[in-house]
Ligand binder design. Structure first.
Ligand code: DUC
Ligand code: ZN
Ligand code: ZN
Ligand code: ZN
Length: 487
């Protein structure tokens, strides 16, 4: 079989940086060392050789809010590859029958013929009954080891606390990772109505009705529920100091709680919702919403200190036409924004170029930490012998202006429009195949990507359980005769 060597680059992993060539054989990394030779060569002179990015949070072709996200599995995985992301983890939603197994099979049916690179899934738990309890085991057996719970979207996806507790306990039994969308959905619904009734019908109403306090409250509640169930917790799209603070406090107490800021939250702020151009503002409507600069500072600090571990996009792409369904009512603007292609270049430019993150930290939060937390390390997220050759030749000298006119997403706009980025992927390799080369723009074969099963976590994953103490309570012996008179 043909071998490839990535030549003359600087290998940069989550823990070190050194000059080395990387030899690839049979889709895997065969050897890392000096002066390696092979059948073909890939030039990495002047560039970093990093593990392919993993976006832990996307919604491709997701049916949502009366429409379906416009980004397809084909365009989404291709756009991702163009920006250095070689794997994404998409959220499966149950269909009308409520079945988890059927939802996973439906996601396979949609994704398999289209994907240009590898994917995994999380499963959403949007209600609670015996068949969901049973089917969670099937999901884990099918390679889906994480379950998301929406604490918002009242009347649609929202789950109640008792249901969430039941599901978290089931996750603990199965060695699965529960995730939450943390916003107090009951209060969001009330605030939405309040502002709408005051005549605030535009996208600014979206920001007013989803204040950071409601995200912080839900994050704290989810952490308490996870701790009582004795299971780790992953909080998706952390947007604000209040949620970050809850995570920091939990981690300090020894809980395994993970937080995921988005590239958008780190760089775009709530001022976008007050733009006079309705389309501009509506295109940025997502939940939680963009916040003020203070919250951005908190998120950057969390990435630096390790209290937040990964950067995602929540890529949920709705075209302008779809957004316009909410022309007269912000409550029905489909929620979601883009970022799959932009996540890594934007994070490098705003994080590494500014000195906030080291290149190694950049690798950790875009790839390695994701692989570890989602239990696919070191198959993914690593440059070590035997790992999948998902590798990016990351060029810190490529500059470009982000624009809908040159991006690879299906979207008719880009929330990062006119951002100047100072780095991009020179070559993106997926299991050893070059699927993106800067300046060539030739899309790989749809369907070449694979579903990556993620196994259950070992039982140590459910350590530190208050719940275990609660289920083995100590009996206290009392003398029934020793009760004071009059009680
Ligand atoms: N938030 C969004 O903005 N879109 C998809 C789902 C979500 O929780
Ligand atoms: Zn409720
Ligand atoms: Zn969400
Ligand atoms: Zn999401």
């Amino acid at each position: 079989m043909t071998t490839k060597v990535i030549k003359n680059g600087t290998v940069c992993t989550a823990d070190r940086t050194w000059k080395a060539d990387v030899l690839i054989e049979d889709e895997k990394i065969k050897q890392i060392g000096e002066d390696l030779s092979g059948d073909e060569y890939i030039d990495a002179e002047g560039a970093y050789v990093i593990p392919g990015g993993i976006d832990p949070h996307t919604h491709l072709e997701m049916p949502f809010m009366g429409t379906t996200a416009a980004e397809t599995f084909e365009t989404g995985t291709w756009a991702a590859a163009c920006g250095g992301t070689t794997m994404l983890v998409d959220f499966c939603l149950p269909g009308a029958d409520g079945s988890i197994k059927n939802a996973i099979n439906e996601w396979h049916r949609k994704s398999a013929p289209q994907i240009c690179a590898d994917i995994g899934y999380h499963m959403a738990i949007t209600g609670w009954n015996e068949s969901i309890f049973n089917e969670m085991k099937d999901a884990v057996d099918m390679g889906v080891n994480s379950f998301k719970h929406f604490m918002a979207y009242k009347g649609a996806l929202m789950i109640e606390d008792d249901e969430m507790f039941a599901s978290f306990k089931r996750c603990a039994e199965l060695g699965a990772l529960p995730m939450v969308h943390a916003e107090n959905g009951d209060l969001v619904a009330e605030l939405q109505e309040k502002y709408f009734n005051q005549g605030i019908t535009g996208p600014e109403g979206h920001a007013y009705s989803r204040p950071p306090e409601l995200e912080g409250e839900a994050a704290n509640r989810a952490i308490t529920i996870a701790d009582t169930a004795g299971v780790p917790l992953y909080i998706v799209h952390v947007s604000c100091e209040q949620a970050h603070e809850a995570i920091r406090r939990a981690r300090q107490k020894g809980m395994r709680v993970y937080g995921e800021p988005l590239a958008q939250f780190l760089t775009l702020d709530e001022g976008e919702y007050f733009n006079k151009d309705w389309d501009h503002a509506a295109r940025r409507v997502m939940s939680p919403p963009f916040r003020s600069k203070d919250h951005q500072d908190s998120l950057w600090a969390g990435l630096q200190a390790g209290s937040l571990q990964v950067v995602a996009t929540d890529h949920a792409a709705f075209n302008t036409e779809q957004k316009r369904a909410g022309r007269d009512d912000f409550r029905i603007i489909p929620n979601g924004s883009n970022g799959l292609e932009e996540r890594m270049p934007v994070l490098w430019t705003e994080g590494v170029e500014t000195g906030r993150l080291t290149p190694n930290e950049f690798v950790a939060v875009t790839s390695t930490n994701v692989a570890k937390i989602l239990n696919i390390y070191p198959k993914k997220g690593a440059i070590v012998e035997g790992a999948d050759a998902d590798i990016v030749v990351w060029d810190p000298k490529i500059t470009k202006t982000i624009s809908a006119s040159n991006h690879h997403s299906i979207l008719d706009y880009n929330v990062f429009e006119s951002f100047e980025v100072t780095a991009n992927s020179r070559y993106t390799l997926s299991r050893g195949e070059v699927i993106w080369a800067w300046g060539q723009n030739s899309q790989p074969q749809p369907g070449r990507g694979r579903f990556v099963p993620r196994p259950a976590f070992p039982s140590a994953h459910t350590a530190l359980s208050k719940w275990k103490e609660l289920t083995a309570p100590k009996m206290i012996e009392r003398d029934p005769m020793n009760i004071p008179a009059g009680i």
